[in-house]
Design a binder for this molecule. Sequence first.
Ligand code: PMP
Length: 400
Amino acid sequence: VFSHLVQAPEDPILGVTVAYNKDPSPVKLNLGVGAYRTEEGKPLVLNVVRKAEQQLINDRTRIKEYLPIVGLVEFNKLSAKLILGADSPAIRENRITTVECLSGTGSLRVGGEFLAKHYHQKTIYITQPTWGNHPKIFTLAGLTVKTYRYYDPATRGLNFQGLLEDLGAAAPGSIVLLHACAHNPTGVDPTIQQWEQIRKLMRSKGLMPFFDSAYQGFASGSLDTDAKPIRMFVADGGECLVAQSYAKNMGLYGERVGALSIVCKSADVAGRVESQLKLVIRPMYSSPPIHGASIVAVILRDKNLFNEWTLELKAMADRIISMRKQLFEALRTRGTPGDWSHIIKQIGMFTFTGLNPAQVSFMTKEYHIYMTSDGRISMAGLSSKTVPHLADAIHAVVTK
Ligand code: PMP
């Protein structure tokens, strides 16, 4: 009965790794997937995560019962505090509901389905371009996806005018997906002043903010700084949704741990929203996994472990910034034509190089360097040893 099926294409991002794995070249380099690597090119388990896991193993009272539909309640409370700040008015007034979800993707999907079911506007605006999974997540959640201008290829920076025009022209009440920091794939973020203008415009038109926070702490190295745009929207008393992921900032990729928070107008509404979220989650996966959320809770509740985490996080962010500087310098010393200053200006895990699909394909074929066809490279996948190889490849392709 399935013989009519055609072979589906690989995921455009995860497929990069599939191709990389098949390449026997000793110089091959995978800059496709947004996962942190050490200077030795190895995946990293944070020390603080190892400690938390040890604590969990040593605790013989721990059991493996199902979590409630909303997940680990302590984790939910700590996650809300982490993203909104301990002194957040929404937390103080108890008008927020937080549910544990399957990492950032699961949080976006649950939030999308909740909105499709209960929010009066079914259109969500996403940035042009955006993370490749966004349009699929929201379309399958039952929303209509439209885009707003965001990136200006000419300046390799923000098209702020275009952004304001497009959000200004959106139907009142539309949902707007906002990358909280370290925009994927462009690495281009609005300034705080620009965020304030976006906030004013969105509130004046009743647009619903849905923040995707997949990189808290990874952009600036500070958890509070990276959460600032979200906190500005919460401080004005309005509603918003926030999807959090611990994949990158705690290196918990495969544990699939994240949270969806919905900030409401009152505690009463938040309670009813939570009851409806449970109806979305229960038939989808019943309840979330226990291990990852327990690790996060151990770290967030303990002052010493929390401080240790912030140091490890800062070290990851700093290594990425150092890779930006090294790549920029390597191109400069080669005299590679073009302005490459965006490499040091862009923020977070990725650099949107400006290389086109044909150039990417050349670099893969001739230099065994793997990246998504839009020219996005994961700076976290680079090391001092591999920067020269990448710089050689970029130099070759732009002088070809
Ligand atoms: N949003 C953005 C912008 C991302 O880059 C990612 C990870 N690549 C996610 C959400 C979700 O990731 P995860 O489901 O692994 O938390």
